[in-house]
Design a protein around this ligand. Structure first.
Ligand code: 8X3
Length: 259
């Protein structure tokens, strides 16, 4: 009698995989045995991720219809048009201006990546998720979607918009074998998030984490994502809020408390 064939590995597309939470998630899922197609704009960073982890990679700009169409072709080619998870991590924040000083182009860029990027990639890959018979859409939002804060308006709006995609989609897909999972991190220290938001001002970026010894790391978030995706498929973590111990709310951070 021949041994039973090993189950085929689960497959995932991870966006925003060039750095931060996206990169950590691609690395973690690959380590957990997933076949990961890691996507981002920066090919040099994808190449180093592939060398390190064995992830498959493809350069994608989530703000471009034609680029995302190319991603669908790549999923067809690599995974036979069947996909278990779309992990939407591409996005981020630009600026900390008050509403009266808001930069329209920064707001537009945040909407393009966080909201329309998630929409474009998810919509394009839904047929592949359906074809798998075990699909997940994961949306990385933020606690910025929970409550407005001074200087946060554009990012608050973008992340709240992204949250609504997850909510509407979960309702629309009810009855199908596709979970919609939203993970909302609070204070996470990554190599680029605050630096990009603050226009490359390293000192200002460091001040975001002043007096907080252990903000969340990209790996902490990847752990939560891996758990949510790896849970038995009838278990849907609709929304997981994850903050460091030092942070009780957007404005309530125990700085200097040794946490
Ligand atoms: C990051 C959380 O506090 O910078 O998504 O809005 S915050």
């Amino acid at each position: 009698m021949s041994a039973a064939a090993a189950p085929a590995p689960l497959t995932a597309v991870v966006t925003g995989a060039s750095s931060g939470i996206g990169r950590a998630t691609a690395r973690r899922l690959a380590a957990d045995g997933w076949r990961v197609l890691a996507v981002a704009r920066r090919e040099d960073r994808l190449a180093s991720l592939a060398a390190e982890t064995g992830c498959l990679t493809h350069a994608v700009d989530v703000t471009s219809d034609s680029s995302v169409a190319g991603l669908v072709d790549r999923v067809d080619e690599l995974f036979g048009g069947s996909l278990n998870a779309v992990v939407n991590i591409a996005g981020g924040a630009l600026g900390t201006e008050r509403i009266e000083d808001a930069d329209i182009e920064q707001w537009r860029a945040m909407y393009e990546t966080n909201v329309l990027g998630t929409l474009r990639v998810t919509r394009a890959l839904l047929p592949a998720l359906r074809a798998s018979g075990r699909g997940d859409v994961l949306v990385l939002s933020s606690t910025a979607a929970d409550a407005a804060y001074e200087g946060g308006g554009g990012y608050n709006a973008a992340k709240a918009g992204e949250r609504m995609i997850a909510g509407a989609l979960r309702l629309e897909l009810n009855g199908e074998r596709i979970r919609v999972i939203e993970i909302a991190p609070g204070m996470v220290r990554t190599e680029e998030f605050s630096l990009v938001r603050l226009g490359g001002d390293r000192a200002a970026a460091d001040r975001v984490y002043d007096g907080v010894e252990q903000p969340l790391t990209a790996e902490d978030c990847a752990d939560v994502i891996a758990y949510a995706l790896g849970a038995p498929h009838h278990v849907n973590l609709d929304l997981v809020t994850v903050r460091p111990l030092a942070q009780a709310a957007q404005h309530k951070v125990a700085r200097g408390a040794g946490l």
